[in-house]
Design a protein around this ligand. Structure first.
Ligand code: TXA
Ligand code: MG
Length: 320
């Protein structure tokens, strides 16, 4: 099993080119020294991630931005002044110091300062950039607790620092700042509306850049995930149970119908979109622990962070 590490031990392991899981406010990251190409290659291997998919470089302070970026447009400066530390990743032109292993060969880099005391202490004491994708195997459900990281990886990573459950629960908003047009490549807690309001521009959604979290199928448990409307849960559950499937459900508390068959496992309920984001990945993971065949998920309204939750649920449901 993956060892638990304190911050000091984790810093030593990163410096030695090893891989360390650590908490951020969004999800747990699997960290490697962003300046060590061998460590980065080991990171891709541990995740089973294709070499062409770039990872985010985590910084301890916004002041480091100019060292890692070749060029920072004014709108990127305004975004990070407003939201760093926080769940926002900016994609900018990479400086020469950024390993092209971290960028998947691109000349752009995703940078962010996480808003978590353990992450900030780790990065500051390490003294460099920490490349960290979410701490899950490629295509699978992200980890929001140290226990999930330990369930995902074994002794092939040096260890994980336990910083409790993540407060946001879904990955950072990724904003492409490499052109005049501002694009949200991946929705998160900081919404396109918030960004548009700050910058006073129209913000586009989606993009063509390679981003695993933006692949059609991602965040998937072994169980099949089906998106259902509140009104059809009962009928769909009865049909699946009748076919011999074990059925689990994830929904807002208000969306749970009365009189649901006792055989349906309630994996999680949420009282708000923010709570839905926090419980989403542990709920998807628990589907496999409960040996559920099909997860029926009622997405929240795609408003605020609900848009990111609906996005992740849609990808968890796609292509399986
Ligand atoms: O909240 C988060 O962002 C978490 C925590 C650990 O910080 N990290 C995370 O990393 O979600 P990962 O690797 O699972 O997702 C990073 C996303 C990928 O979709 C990747 O393609 C995109 O960031 N990305 C990184 N650099 C990029 C670049 N230069 N251009 C476009 N997308 C980039
Ligand atoms: Mg990921």
């Amino acid at each position: 099993m993956t060892p638990l590490l304190d911050v000091e031990a984790a810093v030593g392991r990163l410096a030695a080119g090893e891989l360390v899981g650590f908490p951020t406010e969004t999800v747990y990251g699997l960290g490697a020294d962003a300046s060590n190409s061998d460590a980065l290659r080991a990171l891709y291997a541990a995740k089973g991630r294709p070499a062409g998919h770039p990872v985010i470089v985590h910084l301890g302070d916004g002041a480091a931005l100019d060292a890692w970026a070749a060029e920072v447009p004014d709108h990127a400066h305004r975004l990070v002044a407003q939201w760093w530390p926080g769940p926002l990743t900016v994609v900018v032109a990479a400086s020469a110091r950024v390993s092209r292993v971290a960028t998947g060969g691109l000349d752009t880099v995703g940078l962010r300062v996480p808003d978590h005391p353990v992450a900030l202490e780790l990065i500051e004491r390490f003294g460099g950039g920490v490349a960290a994708p979410s701490a899950n195997r490629f295509g699978r459900v992200s980890s929001t607790t140290a226990a999930a990281v330990r369930a995902e990886f074994g002794p092939e990573i040096a260890g994980v620092v336990d910083g409790g459950a993540c407060g946001v629960g879904v990955e950072s908003t990724i904003v492409d700042c490499t052109s005049e047009t501002v694009r949200v490549l991946r929705p998160g807690a900081i919404t396109a509306e918030m960004i548009g309001e700050l910058l006073g521009v129209e913000v586009l959604l989606g993009g063509t850049t390679r981003a695993p979290g933006t692949l059609a199928s991602h965040y998937a448990p072994a169980a099949r995930v089906e998106i259902v409307a509140r009104s059809s849960i009962g009928v769909r559950a009865a049909m699946l149970l009748g076919a011999g499937d074990r059925v689990g459900i994830i929904a807002a508390r208000d969306d749970l119908p009365d009189g649901l068959d006792d055989a349906v496992v309630t994996l999680a309920t949420a009282d708000s979109p923010a709570e839905y984001a926090r419980i989403l990945y542990s709920a998807l993971r628990s589907a496999d622990d409960h040996d559920v065949d099909v997860v029926l998920a009622v997405p929240p309204e795609p408003i605020g962070i609900g848009a990111a939750v609906a996005d992740r649920l849609g990808r968890a449901a796609t292509g399986r």
